[in-house]
Design a protein around this ligand. Sequence first.
Ligand code: 5RP
Length: 227
Amino acid sequence: MEDLKQVAAKAALDYIKPGHTIGLGAGSTIAHLVNYLKAAETLFKSITTVTSSFNTQQLLQEHGFNTKQPGELSQLDIYFDGCDQFDHQLNALKSGGGIHTREKLLAAMADKFILIGDGSKYVTQLYTTFPVVIEVIPEAVPFVMKQLKKIFSLANPVIRLSNKKDGAVITENGNLLIDIWFRSFPPLDSLNHRLKEIPGILETSLFYNMAHAAIIAGKNGVEIIPK
Ligand code: 5RP
């Protein structure tokens, strides 16, 4: 039986036209979309793909997609990505993968940024079961930590450590990740703005006011936002 992520991924096919340049993010929902695209022969042959994710890149190559690197492009027709959660205004948190800088770049390059996921990710208001993650240049870490504690006195910023217990996670860009755990989120526009004002922070995992649409699969079928 198809799971809900598969159902959402299949619905995303309707948006892709022959000749499109399509950006793809990370995660299992995107992997389903790659598999559906491979099966849609005419589309598969005519589209160009680009991805923010190493795992998705491997899948695209295994399937023989025409792929480009993000640095070879300045514009995409559509960027599809999953997320950890998104709210009714389509603000999204993408905290898990720590590749949000590249994901945000592709989302910003796209004429349309479409979130896809199952209904469990669609929430009235973003809640703090996930941190806001920031990518920080190494030299700026002590300063950024100090600023975060000053500006968000009730938040708990923690440098992300590797699962292999061999120190901090280093991003593909050679930077560090700080998970900021909030007890409750400040208003999202001010949170976004205040983080972006701190020198040394490259990007945050809060995708504020960026997505144009969302495809959500729930037990009653597929819902497209905005309707
Ligand atoms: C990575 C992400 C992923 O898109 C998110 O974790 C969704 O994954 P899945 O489709 O497996 O639920 O944000 O940064």
